[in-house]
Design a protein around this ligand. Sequence first.
Ligand code: SF4
Length: 374
Amino acid sequence: MKTKSPSGFYLHVPFCESKCSYCDFYSVTSITNEVITRWIRAVTAEARIREFPGVFKTLYFGGGTPSLLSKTALVEVVTKLRGVFDFDNLVETTIEVNPEDVSRDKLRTFKELGFNRISLGAQSFRDEELKFLGRRHDSETSRRALEMIREAGFKSLSLDLIHSLPGQSLSDWEYSLKSAVGFKPDHISCYQLTIKEGTKFGKLLSSGKLKEAGEDIQREMFIRTSEFLCDNGYQHYEVSNFSMGKDNESKHNSLYWEHVPYLGLGPSAHSFDGEKRWWNVSSVEKYCEELEKNRVPVADSEILSGDEFSLESLFLGLRTKKGISLDILKGYDGWEDTSAKLSALSLVEIKDGRMIPTLKGFLMADRLPLLFMD
Ligand code: SF4
């Protein structure tokens, strides 16, 4: 690792009670105390072999389902990590939580361990949608969880929601949005359902038993989401993310979007040192086995060339309201013409030496950078 810049720390907790129909994150559902103990031992071993001289500003426990870990397991893993890394400079400490895991006791444990931000996987406030998505909770469980989280007084609360479900109407989606806003979360992530290969939905799609929402309704939901949340005081700072003021933007995810180094531990976790990226094996068994044999559990790695780095900066930057510096664009032939065309189409604005995507630009964020390649 080369950098001493502010950095992010991520721990992948690869356990779930059951697999949601849309999810392609790596996790296993066969969980025993032995498996968790072995995983903690392996995570500790990985922590010891990773040298990371950067200063951790954010810590994020994601998954999988970190909230299903028992108090004993959570205390142990946090204590072991603190024994290896310096977490004295953290400004944001997030744990992903599923509504069905929330209890006053659990919340107390999260607080005692220093978590100051809860990211709650609510996904929808309509029971039939939750059932369709294969979630284990119902809307009442989310509501109770939200009340308890608010009562417990965490510094920041973020909610995840999913839209563009097959058959979902705009008013169905508005119901979830309104319900979410009723709890005044500091941050809301609204993801469009994308059906991925290898998931239950992916199989249903390829056998013709499921149809994705059409592009028109996806577009309508995206625009409505932005309008509704902005009318309710949120700022739309990234394609799928909204925050109540700048202070509540996800500091951890912003590090990814700004190409800042991060260290990820656990099966399938990715890391980036400013130049090189590597990712761990997506298997709890293999991950533990490699570390038990004193080997690094890396599946593969890549070193980004200067061109790849700036292309990635383009893709990441044009998904955020921060946009990208025109200095990055200057590396592309004909960038001035392309910029002028995008501005004329109201897809971007040029301000203070930066290109900033508009709402219309957000809608085609993944395609904008390609226009500079032609
Ligand atoms: S969406 Fe979350 S809870 Fe559901 S399977 Fe994926 S990681 Fe587990």
